[in-house]
Write a protein that binds this ligand. Structure first.
Ligand SMILES: Nc1ncnc2c1ncn2[C@@H]1O[C@H](COP(=O)(O)OS(=O)(=O)O)[C@@H](OP(=O)(O)O)[C@H]1O
Length: 335
């Protein structure tokens, strides 16, 4: 097989992968991703080559510190938002939140909170640039719980996880790829085909169900290490969750901060409309993959899926939710 065929191109861009990863890819089950590129199954989850390379490299090289904060999400579940909120909470002693110099006003949160998999990606020449020297360090990732680097599991670092109802998550992912396809003037796979792949769990970092359940169960077993949020709950009462996250991360808001309205300022700063309108998010690009930052902001709402799902799709999704989550006590708000 030609090298160019092995590390397939995708709408979100692709780095080359090492010969070691190329050889591994040849041994793994392969299928088609939402954007038509190849994805590979490794330890039960599906990855584009670049993310699999990043996962393997971060497992080899990443040494978590007890003070680290790891922001973990299923993709299109509010990663950009949770990274901003976490960064604002944790860095408030370094940067005044209300200050016009706040890095959150001039940088996209993905650049402030690097993806672990990119930061440790072997062919990423800028990798050291991605790693802040400020402590606590904050990293993001979509890696499933079962495949996390050991040092994350074994250290005292904290994990905050956010999931989203699968209806809105799927639509958000689909619309994201549809946008990229339009920008690049290529044809993505059909909406129906993408839905079929989602239901079968064949999509980046999927299956969705296993990802969410993995972190849900781990958070119940180890609530001091893993805080589990749902996008819909955070949307409903952001201040409450900001306060809860600060407590969990060991940097609670003082009474003085509370009376000065710091929590509300953080909520406002990271609010969807505010972030979407920042110059950097209107015109900048994510340095990890080069895609436009504007692609991380679409509607930012709960329940938008009703405009896209047919009755039979809804029925199928509801059945899957019932089948996969029954007995777990995990429920989702759909509107
Ligand atoms: N600040 C803020 N508040 C609320 N919602 C927000 C925010 N920023 C981004 N979004 C919405 O999150 C969706 C993108 O998900 P992710 O950030 O997880 O994307 S990614 O996985 O990092 O590519 C995507 O959801 P949809 O609008 O439903 O597509 C974004 O609009």
């Amino acid at each position: 097989m030609e090298k160019s065929q092995k590390a397939s191109q995708s709408l979100v861009g692709e780095f080359g992968v090492s010969d070691e990863i190329e050889e591994l890819l040849l041994t793994l089950p392969r299928d088609k991703s939402f954007d038509g590129s190849s994805i590979y199954q490794y330890e039960g989850a599906w990855y584009r080559p670049v993310f699999l390379a990043g996962l393997i490299s971060s497992r080899k090289h990443f040494q978590a510190k007890d003070s680290d904060v790891i922001v973990i999400t299923f993709l299109k579940s509010g990663t950009t938002w949770l990274k901003a909120l976490t960064y604002a909470i944790v860095s408030r002693s370094h940067h005044a939140i209300f200050d016009s110099n706040s890095p959150l006003l001039t940088k996209n949160s993905h650049d402030l909170v690097p993806f672990l998999d990119f930061a440790y990606y072997p062919n990423n020449n800028n990798s050291s640039e991605h790693i802040s020297t400020d402590e606590p360090r904050i990293f993001g990732t979509h890696i499933p719980y079962s495949s996390l680097p050991d040092s994350i599991k074994n250290s005292d670092c904290r994990i905050v996880y956010m999931c989203r109802n699968p209806f809105d998550q799927f639509i958000s992912h689909w619309k994201f790829l549809e946008n990229l396809a339009q920008e690049q003037n290529v044809q993505p796979i059909s909406f129906e085909e993408a839905f079929e792949l989602f239901c079968k769990g064949i999509h980046s970092f999927g299956p969705f169900w296993e990802h969410v359940l993995g972190y849900w169960k781990a958070s119940l077993e180890n609530p001091r290490k893993i805080l589990f949020f749902k996008y819909e709950d955070v949307k409903e009462d952001t201040s409450f969750h900001v306060n809860k996250l600060a407590d969990f991360l060991g940097c609670p808001f003082s009474d003085v901060e509370k009376s000065r309205g710091v929590i509300e300022e953080i909520v406002k700063l990271c609010n969807f409309d505010n972030m979407k309108d920042l110059e950097v998010n209107k015109t900048g690009r994510f340095r990890g993959t080069g895609i436009k930052n504007s692609n991380f902001f679409r509607k930012g709402k709960v329940g938008g899926w009703t405009d896209y799902f047919t009755p039979s799709m809804s029925e199928r999704m509801n059945k899957l939710i019932e089948e996969k989550f029954s007995g777990s006590d995990l429920t989702f708000e759909m509107s």
